[in-house]
Design a protein around this ligand. Structure first.
Ligand code: SF4
Ligand code: MG
Length: 291
């Protein structure tokens, strides 16, 4: 039986008091206990950012990559051993900026990885530059007033829908019960799952605080929303303002994953398959073909 203490780490987070990353960390540990995955069965891949320090604060396998690269590294490692649960945890800059291209291709391939985005709508670690999800007009050091950010923000839900994602969810770090439930559903999904998490940065983005989200977010499925329809999801993805939907926005089940379709993996995880070194004759035949 997996218990919360199995994931306990003696390392204390260095996040600012009140940072939404605390909620993400606590929810993720509880979600993994709920799906009964032990630490040795999970790998968490992160990039660069405040939230990417998360695996340091859990007793779990972790791989901290460079900025924007946790998705391809998770896909590669998962091809080598798809017996391990692959979870990417990265920020909005990391995922929708530097990794924009990687995200699109992981989703269209239906790679069997779970991508959780700590979306605080700012670059926090590098001290407050505007990010791909910052709203137009957002004033920062790199987008000074009076104009603020002149870019239109990425809409993660429409982006994922257009890329062919089979699971798209949204939650926020101010509602632990909902966040744990959404993480559980994303982890259990077979195929690529994108979970966008509103995660307040209390230091560099006070516009999108707990007080901003609390009165606005609503649980779409509790109002009868059915996440099984692409057209309805597209419409739902555009709701913003006084009412912001959270929950599963789109899910289609039973689609083959990338790993299901790679012929070599049909015999089981690569790491469990027999390794055979080439013979000298085989090397010579290769040389003869190309040299
Ligand atoms: Fe969290 Fe923002 Fe502080 Fe980083 S700078 S730890 S994102 S509150
Ligand atoms: Mg960020």
């Amino acid at each position: 039986m997996v218990e919360l203490k199995d994931y306990a780490s003696p390392v204390r987070p260095t996040w600012c008091p009140g940072c939404g990353d605390f909620g993400v960390l606590n929810a993720l540990k509880r979600a993994l206990v709920e799906v009964e995955l032990a630490p040795h069965e999970v790998v968490i891949y992160t990039g660069i950012g405040c939230g990417s320090k998360l695996p340091d604060y859990m007793r779990v396998n972790g791989f901290t990559s460079i900025h924007g690269r946790p998705i391809p590294i998770a896909q590669g490692a998962h091809l080598a051993n798809h017996g391990l649960k692959a979870i990417v945890v990265a920020g909005d800059g990391d995922t929708y900026g530097e990794a924009g291209n990687h995200l699109i291709h992981a989703l269209r391939r239906n790679a069997d990885i779970t991508i959780m985005v700590q979306n605080n709508r700012v670059y926090g670690l590098t001290k407050g530059q505007y990010s791909p999800t910052s709203p137009k007009g957002f004033p920062t050091k790199t987008s000074p007033p009076p104009e603020g950010a002149i870019d239109r923000p990425v809409n993660p839900i429409t982006l994922a829908l257009a890329a062919g994602a089979t699971f798209i969810g949204r939650s926020w770090s101010g509602d632990m019960k909902h966040l744990i439930d959404m993480m559980v559903r994303a982890i259990r999904h077979k195929g690529a799952a994108l979970l966008d998490i509103f995660q307040p940065c209390v230091t560099f983005n006070r516009n999108y605080s707990y007080d901003y989200y609390r009165p606005r977010v609503y649980k779409a499925e509790e109002e009868g929303y059915d996440p099984g329809h692409r057209e309805a999801a597209w419409e739902k993805a555009h709701e913003w303002g006084d009412r912001i939907p959270i929950g599963v926005i789109y899910q289609v089940e039973g689609q083959p994953t990338y790993e299901d379709q790679v012929p070599t993996l049909k015999a089981g995880p690569l790491v469990e398959q027999e390794f055979r070194a080439w013979t000298e004759e085989e090397y010579k035949a290769l040389e003869a073909e190309f040299i």
